[in-house]
Ligand binder design. Structure first.
Ligand code: MG
Length: 304
């Protein structure tokens, strides 16, 4: 009997890059839809709603998708809170994706005495940060939808991510943030559960992504297979820097299309060509446990 494989698929750097579809991505998604393979897009971007993402892909030429095909770090954060603390309240720094997800799970907004400050992707103001800081000072716990310090907006440019906003509040309040989103195991376990509820159990789950620290690491730790594509943020020559390694390395998701159609493993395995994309940015992209060996940031003494 054929192996039943389910796919978790990262978006930025896998399906599109900036405003352009990655060659072969449309055929790849079409093959998944045609063959009825279980799949779910898994993104750390907490700004859009699943409906927004379906529309974004439609404009890029990928049709036949609806909100149920997407699982964002915003949905994961709302799932986490409704499972672990269903009657909690939150003060949110973020955009439509996280606000809608919390609203749908009936988690109330409380700007005075919330149980959690939730940091998501998107622009903020010093006024909002000050408000969040005051909530933390009154005892709120700090949660971030995802650990990304920066997010790519073009080949050369990035914008500050939720990890950077959380770092600001960690510094001002002395509290440590808890980061959901990839590579957090809770994101992978919830995504797998969502797939299984819709399609039944799979023999294997494959995570396809372009980032070692989030996609590949999270999949490895959750006991899934991991396919790295070189169409995004990772260059082949940097793979040696990582303790964990992907199960397979592919040029693009297009390398999997025939395999999904025929059910036979492609002969284009591990045959990457270099894509030329190079991010020369230094420093840690993600707020993960690279800092866990350090003590919490001590809060400076206040002068009255
Ligand atoms: Mg990516």
């Amino acid at each position: 009997m054929a192996t039943k494989t389910a796919y978790l698929i990262d978006m930025d750097g896998v399906i599109y890059r900036e405003k352009n579809l990655i060659p072969g991505a449309a055929d790849f998604v079409q093959a998944l839809v045609m063959t009825g393979a279980p799949f779910l897009f898994l993104t750390n971007n907490s700004a859009p709603t699943p409906e927004d993402l379906a529309v974004r892909l439609k404009h890029l030429g990928i049709h036949d998708l609806s909100a149920r095909h997407f699982y964002t770090s915003a949905l994961n954060t709302a799932d986490f809170l409704s499972e672990t603390d269903p009657n909690c309240t939150t003060f949110v720094i973020g955009e439509g994706g996280i606000l809608t997800a919390l609203h749908e799970r009936k988690i109330a907004n409380d700007p005075i005495h919330p149980r959690y400050v939730v940091v998501g992707e998107g622009a903020t103001s010093l006024e909002k940060l000050s408000k969040a800081h005051e909530c933390l000072e009154r005892g709120a716990r700090l949660l971030a939808t995802n650990p990304d310090n920066w997010c790519p907006v073009s080949h050369e440019a990035t914008r500050p991510g939720a990890g950077a906003t959380a770092a600001f509040l960690e510094a001002s309040s002395g509290r440590r943030a808890y980061f959901l989103g990839k590579p957090n195991g809770y994101m992978f376990h919830r995504a797998r559960r969502k797939l299984e509820l819709a399609h039944g159990p799979a023999d294997q789950v494959v995570m396809i992504g372009d980032t070692m620290e989030t996609d590949i690491r999270g999949a490895f730790e959750a006991g899934m297979l991991s396919y790295l594509v070189l169409s995004g943020s990772t260059r082949m020559e940097t793979l040696g820097d990582y303790v964990y390694q992907p199960t397979r390395v592919l040029q693009t998701v297009g390398d999997l299309t025939d395999e999904i159609k025929t059910g036979k493993v492609s002969d284009r395995l591990n045959s990457p060509m270099l894509t030329g994309f190079h991010s020369g940015k230094l420093g840690h992209r993600h707020q993960t446990d690279v800092f866990t060996l350090h003590k919490p940031r001590p809060r400076p003494a206040m002068t009255k």
